[in-house]
Design a binder for this molecule. Sequence first.
Ligand SMILES: C[S@@+](CC[C@H](N)C(=O)[O-])C[C@H]1O[C@@H](n2cnc3c(N)ncnc32)[C@H](O)[C@@H]1O
Length: 282
Amino acid sequence: MGSGREFAFTDQDFARVRKLLYERAGISLSPIKKYLVYSRLSRRLRATGFTTFEAYLSRAEKDAEEMEAFTNALTTNLTSFFREEHHFPILADHVAKFAGKRPVSLWCSACSTGEEAYSMAMTMADLYGDFTSQVKILATDIDTNVLEQAEKGVYPIERIEKLDPALVKRFFLRGSGKMQGQVMVKRALRDMITFDRLNLLDDNWPMKGHFDAIFCRNVMIYFDKATQYRILKKFVPLLQPDGLLFAGHSENFYQAVDLFKSLGKTVYRISPEAMRQQERAG
Ligand SMILES: C[S@@+](CC[C@H](N)C(=O)[O-])C[C@H]1O[C@@H](n2cnc3c(N)ncnc32)[C@H](O)[C@@H]1O
């Protein structure tokens, strides 16, 4: 890639980008994504004033802030409210078993711009009959740009067009004036969620304790099987013994049957084998 383009982008540059993204975010970029990578990263070259990918990548390797911008530019953040909607009644039925008896803790582990975490919160508010402080939702992502949008909870009105109008009325405020054409999630819904940056690839995750459910949807597809396994292994001690793990529609964890068993519909529970190991470890 070179002639006719603003910046030269050699196969070596592309290989270096792939290696860096794999090392820092676990993301295995397909070799056919060269043009996509060029277009996303050339914006970073323009913003930083570099004229070659070689110089830009050397900066990104050394500078944590630019590495964050590099990662943000290359993540795929596609999401929507109630995406793969069959999961939400399963979550509600599961939590209903102990709702009101003890606090509930949920983790949305690749939350992108927030729609998934807000869908979990709406499901819980429906179950409890109101916004509730009994349910805490942790929502994390590696990408700081999407987290900023998620925190704001402001979306173009088209994003909620397919939702039930009664649900929209209950959970969203319609913008007017400068906010015309946008909707904002209600504060009380927002208050059920804590947004934070977390790289699933990191060795140490700060949170402890037992989640009743972990949503890890449409992110594992970017990781190779070994990376997926490592992450799945770390989910086990963070889940309640009967906790649920939700995966994306095109993901399966059959390479980790010793850790998770499928309940169908891309929902998983800790396998008996992993449970025994957990108990032995105390
Ligand atoms: C396609 S979106 C999926 C969003 C949502 N879970 C859903 O299913 O609609 C994938 C998200 O994974 C995030 N991601 C990619 N690599 C990650 C990593 N190493 N740690 C945490 N999040 C990551 C991306 O930033 C992106 O927001």
